[in-house]
Design a protein around this ligand. Structure first.
Ligand code: PRX
Length: 663
């Protein structure tokens, strides 16, 4: 495994430092942050990694309600792959997110749903949420869903999606949310892998003024899928949809029959809460499994400390519920703390590129969390869209999903934060469950482009990729790993524990391996550079090159495909595919378009290649392995520095590849 060839070593560069905005530390202007100096951060961090039992034992009792107390805080190791937290403890995630707040404060708004059209706003209180969740829990039980049965959720960004996650948690049925941008085939693969009994969906979705044929996609997916006995359909648009008698059920009809209270199931801390499929460097997507106590604590603790959540704040995360960011920062984190969470159904540019800023002003949002790709797109559309909106309610603005370039960081800080907010560039992964490297608003001075320092309980290391030795001191670049377990880390890959061990724990024994390359600069700040494996990140969407290659070779004309991530100013990376055709297949007109559609159909529109090149051959070693490094250099216009090409079977193909890409 080699360090990312695209990474630039800035470990000795002097980067601008932004101190904590003085407004945040002025009690006359803002509530005092939980952590309000770098020294306090250091003391707390030290305790969290040196005495994790004490630190997380206290935090778990402070932030969560346990129906049976835990005795053992931490158990297991990376060596054994048997990490577990709060062993004897019992708690229900739904009770923690809903009941305890509903009982105390039933009229507090739990969810603000901002629909696709800006005038479509719905507020749901904790009291109402408890009723809806209970009813749905009863519906699921009535249809035979029991503790331990997996439920698939394929839904647009509507409150019923949140209700669905929580209802599953209430009865102990792990949910597997599949992002509604995935194709029927991707949905089928995930439903089959999890042997889901029920799929919860909607008739159609609404996004950017258009209807999306959600239920039709589910029907296509379920054509060859035996495990599913029922499809529960929420009526979002009321359009005519196909219906399978006996299998399909209307949400509103079932809910009308259901009792409005359902006791939460007693769950052990280590019982699964959900699966979430994500792409790895090889093979099929893996169902990353998170358990109850540790995950919930990670989600809640990060909302508290990283977003400095204070009572009555309005918390807005713009991610989709189909990704881990939506799970932790729309649903579980904010609701565990009893916050008001914003659920946004639309896009940043509908009906105009002022949508985010209108949203913030309208709901007086205090924490706003989005992705660099959205920030770059909005920056490009011009400052006029952000100017003139009252963004004074904001205190913390966050970024997630990929490295944020300093230009986008500066724009976000100046135009959105007006220099008065903390900017938190938060680094984490589906597998980490919650944020692991990040600034804290009141404590850590920031450098644009750096995720700065580890969160509590995270002991990061940089390893030499070849020897696996720890790189000591500052001013070093290597692969990013973590030295000791933390509560919200994934426990396994569903039904495939050996894949979990092989991917994360065996590459560097004794460490959790992130798959990312990173530097620690001379001041000890972490800079995450991007993946060192065959995972690519397009607009914050994680894709495996081999998944896209597999989709391409399913086309009858294609012999072989090699996919690499190229640099893209807007989306971070973009997909370039080099394809060879089978013997006797002619280069028909429109074939590239057909291949592109093939990828959309098999994975989903977000995986559409930016460029497809039909080539006579790939750069291969003598043993026949495609050298993707060479393709990457050509695409990124670095072909003057191709490095060692002596291992290529046929170096003469390079000029033709360069001409193909650059003309
Ligand atoms: O490469 C890192 C990048 O996104 C990957 C994780 O993707 P996923 O599991 O889909 O989760 C995305 C949201 C948590 C990481 O391995 N990544 C995420 N956040 C950052 C980042 N890279 C740099 N800086 C970040 N803040």
């Amino acid at each position: 495994m080699s360090a990312n060839p695209d990474q630039v070593d800035t470990t000795s560069r002097v980067d601008p430092i932004h101190p904590v905005p003085s407004r945040l530390l002025d009690p006359a202007q803002c509530p005092t942050p939980y952590v309000s100096s770098f020294d306090q951060y250091k003391t707390m961090w030290k305790e969290s990694v040196e005495q994790p039992e004490k630190f997380f034992g206290n935090l778990a009792n402070e932030l969560l309600t346990w129906s049976k107390p835990f005795e053992t805080v931490r158990h297991g190791s990376f060596q054994e792959g048997d990490v577990a937290w709060f062993l004897e403890g019992e708690l229900n995630a739904c009770y923690n997110c809903v009941d305890r707040h509903a009982l105390k404060n039933p009229n507090k708004v739990a969810i603000i749903h901002e629909g696709d059209e800006p005038d479509y706003v719905k507020k749901i209180t904790y009291g109402e949420l408890l009723q809806e969740v209970s009813k749905l829990a009863n519906v699921l039980k009535a249809r035979g869903v029991k503790k331990g049965d997996n439920v698939a959720i394929y839904m647009p960004m509507i409150p019923e999606a949140i209700v669905s996650l929580l209802a599953c948690a209430r009865i102990g049925a792990p949910h597997s949310v599949i992002f509604a941008g995935f194709s029927a085939e991707s949905l089928r693969d995930r439903v089959v892998d999890a042997s889901a009994k029920i799929v919860i969906t909607a008739d159609e979705g609404r996004r950017g003024g258009k209807n999306i044929a959600t239920k039709r996609i589910v029907d296509d997916a379920l054509k060859a899928c035996d495990s599913v006995s029922n499809v529960l359909v929420y009526q979002r648009t009321g359009s005519e949809i196909p219906w399978t008698e006996g299998r399909d059920l209307w949400w509103h009809e079932e809910m009308a029959k259901a009792r409005s209270y359902c006791a939460p199931e007693r769950m052990n801390s280590e019982d699964p809460l959900f699966l979430l499929y994500t792409s790895g460097s090889t093979g099929t997507p893996k169902g990353v499994l998170h358990t109850t106590g540790g995950y919930l604590l990670g989600a809640a603790a990060t909302v508290k400390y990283i977003f400095d959540y204070q009572e009555n704040d309005i918390f807005a995360c713009m991610a989709d519920i189909g990704w881990v960011t939506g799970h932790s920062y729309i649903v579980y984190g904010p609701l565990t703390l009893g916050a008001t969470t914003v659920l946004f159904e639309s896009t940043p540019t509908y009906p105009t590129p002022a949508r985010f800023w209108e949203l913030i002003a309208k709901h007086k949002i205090t924490q706003f969390y989005t992705a660099p790709t959205a920030i770059r797109a909005l920056r490009r559309l011009g400052d006029q869209w952000v100017e003139g909106h009252d963004l004074s309610s904001l205190r913390v603005i966050g970024s997630v999903g990929e490295p944020i370039n300093p230009e986008a960081w500066d724009w976000y800080n100046e135009k959105v934060g007006k220099g008065r907010c903390a900017v938190v560039d938060t680094y984490w992964q589906t597998e980490t469950g919650s944020i692991i490297i990040t600034p804290l608003p009141g404590a850590i001075a920031t450098k644009p482009g750096s995720a700065t320092f580890p969160f509590f309980g995270i002991d990061p290391v940089l390893l030499d990729p070849a020897s696996g030795k720890e790189l000591e001191g500052n001013g070093v670049t290597g692969v990013l790993a973590v030295r000791q377990p933390w509560p919200s880390m994934a426990r396994t890959v569903y039904n495939n524990h050996s894949r979990f061990l092989d991917t994360y724990l065996k590459p560097y024994p004794g460490y959790y391996f992130t798959g990312d390359g990173a530097s620690r600069d001379i001041d000890g700040y972490y800079w995450v550079r991007g993946r060192v494996d065959d995972v690519i990140n397009v607009s914050g969407h994680r894709l495996s090159t081999s998944e896209i290659e597999s989709a391409l070779v399913l086309h009858h004309s294609v012999a072989e495909a090699a996919v690499i991530g190229g640099h893209d100013d807007l989306t971070g990376q973009c997909i370039h595919a080099f394809v060879t055709l089978k013997p006797n297949v002619e280069e028909a007109e429109g074939l590239e378009k057909e291949l592109s559609l093939q990828v959309r159909k098999i994975i989903g529109p977000f995986a559409t290649p930016k460029r497809i090149y039909l080539v006579s051959d790939h750069p291969k070693t003598r043993s026949g392995k495609i050298m993707r490094r060479i393709l990457r250099k050509i695409v990124n216009a670095e072909h003057h520095e191709l490095g060692d090409t002596s291992t290529l079977a046929d170096p003469s193909i390079i000029p033709s590849l360069i001409t193909k890409v650059h003309g």
